[in-house]
Design a protein around this ligand. Sequence first.
Ligand code: COA
Length: 381
Amino acid sequence: MKAVISSTGLWTPKDSISNAELVEGFNAYVDKWNSENADEIAAGTKDALTYSNAEFIEKASGIKSRFVISKAPILDPNVMAPHIPARPDSEPSILAEIAAKAAVQALENAGRKAEDVDAVIVACSNLQRGYPAIAVEMQDILGTSGFAFDMNVACSSATFGIETARGLIMGGSARSVLVVNPEICTAHLNFKDRDAHFIFGDVATAILVEREDMAPASHWEIIGAKLVTQFSNNIRNNFGFLNHTAPEDDGLHGERGRRGLTDKLFVQNGRSVFKEVVPLVAKLINSECAEHGIDPNDLKRMWLHQANLNMNVLIAKKVLGKDVDIEQAPVVLDEYANTSSAGSIIAFHKHSDDFDTGDTGLICSFGAGYSAGAIFVRKVA
Ligand code: COA
């Protein structure tokens, strides 16, 4: 029994922050910090902080803006973090809430009733609690049947989720599986870190993976998939239940990790990631194309992970052996920034309407772990 992608859904926060706004807030923080630490800086015991720069951000990454759940506090030099108040347990959690918005859209796009879905997988980089699973909460909110579970493979969570769903379908455990990727990436970002403060945005995406015989007439056949991982410390976040009461913790739950506990937020060696992940992904795509007898040049589109524009251009060039035009590897990170696992799914959702029956494409993720996932799809209209 084949598994296919029946539909996708996308939820985007209403507020967006431009590079200029972000840099203005950051530079105000720099001025404040430098003036508060003026004596130490003069004595040479502390280094003055340096301004960020909007032109650098766009040139180094391709990012022009990012959608965020909580705008004002990120731009406030006294806060420099989203403010997402804790909710009572009786209320839906924020991750389940935004995931449900994307999920409902995917269900509507497939004409599927919630009760006909028999598994929910929440696949994302940052789960807001240990348990109960956000996916089980979503099962309750949406009214889906069967079972639900969470999984985390960082930026590759969505492709690993799709392949997990395919396995459940082919093994007979489920017929219709909703894979959802709620990514509140701003809450794991250190907005005081000049090297990284521009990288992430918030979003939620959803993919409905189903048995071919129940999918809508227009769907995406999954013609092959490959997942790989290779350990690296170059993208890391040490936050976890074993270290939530570190001595430096200031006791403010929402603020934890932002005041001295910076390794409990996102940390990376961006240059090394760039150098090491590009060949890993190009090799993965090329070997899988060979495995499935696909000439990479016959791929109408590659919906690549959205972390860095220069990185995507290079990967596409290594795969196709020539410069690619933007049509072939569309960019959403200019508007959305890096949204972790959701990035390639946003690109797929927004840039796939022009596919005709028989056209093939590739959804490809890569990121922390390292992890990379390639899902080859063919349109059935
Ligand atoms: N504003 C102005 N200058 C900045 C800056 C900022 N916000 N941040 C860094 N710089 C400076 C650095 O200090 C450095 O200056 P120096 O040469 O005088 O030392 C210079 O710009 C280059 O910094 P570098 O960090 O080497 O930039 P880069 O070209 O590697 O770009 C990334 C940084 C993060 C955009 C890029 O490495 C990247 O995207 N890598 C891939 C990351 C990735 O895919 N991660 C996955 C995450 S899930």
